[in-house]
Design a binder for this molecule. Structure first.
Ligand code: GCO
Ligand code: MG
Length: 404
């Protein structure tokens, strides 16, 4: 089944997305997500200028061969741009494979290992009370797992995951140039146990409570925070310390039993190999769109399964509905599923993406349409031109650049 065309669609229905469209000789179309928040055009060029010409003429059904051809054939391996581009091709080819077989992708992956995919939603607030109100809204909506973030008193501007005080919807990639945040780790370490205590005091322990430290702590600070949160029994503490320093998690593990989740910035199995094989994390957060697609993500989760580590894939709104659909197919089929992040996508994204997955009452299902079950309206996509948007740069009070 020859590929006759491969093209890139860059669109911005509410936020920037980069998509890959693969067309076969009999007109079957597959879609992949090539969005890399803040560096979108780098992936669009990698695909347009270096990959798409090589795809034309290849057999669309040879997914593994194409993955190796693009990974080993590039010589320059790994990295977020390369692996996001490969992911887009891989997901598009799995979409084609499902359509050719008349089967949903999860069936090609071995079929459903569960009836539904458990989601966690994002509750946040500029104050503790606002955050508690948002937790209540998520519990009322049926979520059984909620991530909670709130502005840190004394470091409001640099707090991660919190909507602006003016009530605008939270969108980290908002500036034509990176916003410059100010951060205060000491204030954060004192505040967070108070926030988690308030959540448990108001709502009890009957749901999974998550928090994202977003890479900002040193290993010993992360150990201290994890220990201080133990009375509140978190489902996970995410990205407690920059994840590229895998051995640093030995220090964190020595100081706390709070479960750890890492991986949204990873793009290959080698990025998390030590974390998994030394059991330094409890959940691996690698995403289908930044970690080489379904083909490679399955390898990551298979390795994780050997060591009792479960999945917890990244699912923020800068991963498009194509990516969220692909994630749900993988989530449904793997044996060691943990939980799936769900932020959702605001309109006008719904004009561009027609999705077949179901989301309700804190759970999801990818549906049984052939392939991924997502279609892209290219005319609608053309109505929303790309505009540069950058994630913030974080600085400490003394002005030195810190982790955002
Ligand atoms: C999460 C992530 C996001 C990222 C964003 C970067 O847990 O969902 O930390 O908030 O910051 O996806 O583009
Ligand atoms: Mg995160």
């Amino acid at each position: 089944m020859k590929i006759t065309d491969a093209s890139v669609v860059v669109t911005s229905p509410g936020r920037n997305f980069v998509l890959l469209k693969v067309t076969t000789e009999d007109g079957v179309v597959g879609w992949g997500d090539a969005t890399l928040n803040g560096r979108e055009l780098a992936v669009a060029s990698y695909l347009r200028d270096h990959v798409c010409p090589l795809l034309v003429g290849r057999d669309a059904t040879r997914i593994t061969d194409t993955w190796s051809y693009l990974y080993k054939g590039a010589y320059w391996r790994r990295g977020p741009v390369t692996m996001t581009a490969i992911a887009a091709v891989d997901v598009a080819l799995w979409d084609v494979a499902g359509k050719l077989a008349g089967a949903p992708v999860h069936r090609l992956l071995g079929g459903a290992a569960r009836d539904e995919v458990t989601l966690y939603g994002h509750a946040s607030g500029a104050t503790v009370e606002e955050a508690l109100e948002d937790v209540a809204a998520h519990l009322d909506a049926g979520y059984r797992a909620v991530r909670v973030q709130a502005a840190v008193p004394g470091a409001e501007a640099g707090s991660y995951g919190v909507p602006p005080a003016d009530g605008r919807v939270y969108e980290p990639a908002s500036g034509e140039r990176p916003a410059e945040d100010r951060w205060d780790t000491a204030a954060y370490l004192d505040f967070l146990p108070q926030l988690m205590a308030a959540v448990r005091e108001r709502f009890g322990y009957g749901f999974a409570l998550l928090h994202d430290a977003h890479h900002r702590l040193s290993p010993i600070e992360a150990g201290r925070l994890g220990a201080s949160l133990e009375p509140y029994r978190l489902f996970w503490l995410e990205d407690p310390t920059p994840a590229e320093d895998q051995s640093a998690f030995r220090t964190v593990r020595q100081h706390t039993t709070t479960p750890l989740a890492v991986g949204e910035v990873f793009n290959s199995i080698w990025d998390c190999q030590q974390l998994i094989t030394e059991r330094l994390v409890d959940y691996v957060r690698t995403s289908v769109s930044h970690t080489g697609g379904i083909t490679h993500l399955r390898r990551v989760f298979s390795l994780a399964d050997l060591y009792g580590v479960r999945s917890g894939s990244h699912g923020a709104s800068d991963l498009s509905p194509v990516s969220f659909a692909a994630a749900l197919h993988v989530d449904l089929a793997i044996p060691n599923f943990g939980i799936q992040e769900h932020m959702g996508h605001r309109d006008p994204a719904g004009e561009v993406f027609r999705t077949g997955y179901e989301v309700a009452d804190g759970v999801a299902h990818p549906g049984d349409a052939p392939g991924l079950g997502v279609d892209v309206d290219e005319e609608a996509a053309a109505r929303y031109p790309y505009a540069p948007r950058y994630l913030p740069v974080n600085r400490l009070r003394d002005g030195s650049v810190h982790d955002w």
